[in-house]
Design a protein around this ligand. Sequence first.
Ligand code: ZN
Length: 144
Amino acid sequence: MGVFSLVKFYMESLKIRTTDKFQLVDITSKVEEAVVKSGVTNGIVLVFAPHATAAIVVNEHEEGLMSDIIQKVKEFTEPRSGKWKHDLVDDNAHAHIGSALFGAERVFPVVNKRLLRGTWQNIFLMEMDGPRSMREVYVVVVGE
Ligand code: ZN
């Protein structure tokens, strides 16, 4: 490790189909596979959704909790349809607000070739304006 280490850069695009208006799609295993493929031993991994109406969130994969999170996100972003100024243009202001609040990216450490996360920290694409035939998530691994 040091200033003159060789830095690697690896990027992969995950293609994800969503089936509901609001949905949490667990992408943990795909992100972890990308980290392995990157060949990076120590560094960071960026998980980034290039979308203004979706978000990347980190939490436990427990069906009840996932439903609770969706319910709260729906409450946060109400009303849906008609009340926001952007709804005059696109009718999906609620999803833009959700994306702005929750964020379209998360960063994790990569240590000893593994993505470092807590036991109850799974990685999700959070759909807020689905269903969509293709959402993308970029996984970018940088390190040595
Ligand atoms: Zn819009």
